[in-house]
Design a protein around this ligand. Sequence first.
Ligand SMILES: Nc1nc2c(ncn2[C@@H]2O[C@H](COP(=O)(O)OP(=O)(O)OP(=O)(O)O)[C@@H](O)[C@H]2O)c(=O)[nH]1
Ligand SMILES: [Mg+2]
Length: 459
Amino acid sequence: MFGSKKDVKLGIEDTINRLYKAFKPSADKYHYNFSLPELTVGGLPTIIFLGNHSSGKSTLINYLLGGTQVQDTGVAPTDDGFTIILYGEKDEDFYGPAALGRLTKEFANFNKFGPEFLQHLRVKYRKSDFLKKVNLIDSPGMIDTAGDNSTRSYNFPAVVRSFVELSNVVFYMFDPDKPGTTGETVEVLSKCLFGMEFKLRVLLNKCDTFENMYDFARSYGALCWNLSRVLKFKDLPKIYTTFTPNDTTRVSTQIDLNWFEKHRAELLNLIYTAEDRKTDSVIAAASADFTQLYIRVLVILAASKKLFVGRAKGWCLTFLTAGILFLLELWGYKALTGLGITGPFSYKLFLFWLLAVVLVAGSFWIGAIFIKLAQKKSRARMVLGIDKLFEDSFAESLSYGDRGDLRQYWSVIKPETILIIKNTKHLPIFGWGLKARLERVIYVQLKESMEKLRRNAQK
Ligand SMILES: Nc1nc2c(ncn2[C@@H]2O[C@H](COP(=O)(O)OP(=O)(O)OP(=O)(O)O)[C@@H](O)[C@H]2O)c(=O)[nH]1
Ligand SMILES: [Mg+2]
């Protein structure tokens, strides 16, 4: 059905889009929001620029856009928000909710980050041929606030993670002054990129500022050292050593710039061919999404199974207690009156049945209260030992040691899962069909799509 290379990619994107739509009701049932709610099939690739403040993100973007001053640049921290730069017939800027309204379906979930985040969102349309090939995202520079987000009024790592998920190439820029040491950089590199490592390209920028080779080697070494401490990947990502030229670069520079120019050419080539990498990043994002949903489903099912067993035990005990009380009453009645309970109406018989109803109803009433309290306690215990619930659900995969990423996915969905277990009155009990369908998506359909893409690339 699909012939050309492009058709194969569109076919894969279309399949993934249909998977997202098909699983939306199940995801809703488990309170899971897909990071990519819907795909724009055949949409442009997106490139995001992350990095320390003043590392040269905005300057590079302006350079790519033909030297126009689309983004403000400056030595002090300049950008405090995310700017999405798209192609438009006329120059237009949008801010906040209006900006969100201009974006594609991929961004539909971004309002979950709240109004504070939306105040830091901008969309710029520019008439540049470059933007006919890619969408660009400029980001606020990282600052020194590891461990707390007090200087940002929104959940910065979560926002970065979402942008990374929908981007196809992630440029992480460093400058010689701060080769990977700011707190937020460490946090973002270690927490926000798992599963997306293949999109990452590191840029050691401003190479024109080195005084000599020794100076360069020191910075490069420091960057590698810092990266190796925070990145959990097996291999160091590719590092481009480059700079963005301006009118005075050549005049003020003391080091041979030719090699850095060569690296910039490679970098530009990567950007121009981002289209080729778009579909594999879409598959990776879908894989992350469906894996997270899968973990959510399994943990919730394990929790609801425990609660169900607790409830079943409680009701069995209640029935037993009510039965025993009834039999005791019957025995006492017979011993005291010598009468049966099926004879003609008498006030004694009436009292017997009245007491029987009180005993049985009372047992059920007290039983129901006990079950409710026990369930509450059981939920609280489960929340405290939530990691065990996860570890037990994935004991086999984790013991083989080949799915270490499962723990990272779990860390993303854990806080919300805790809230769901704590507060949702009726947790789904039957979901084994969904489990099997998700396994098919993750282990068969998405794997096959990746394989198809690989074969297609070799054609
Ligand atoms: N020498 C040299 N200076 C550069 C280079 N790239 C950017 N600069 C300068 O570095 C300063 C910061 O650049 P920006 O582009 O504003 O940096 P940014 O990463 O966008 O900074 P924030 O928006 O604050 O995160 C500006 O004064 C630029 O002129 C480069 O490759 N070489
Ligand atoms: Mg900037």
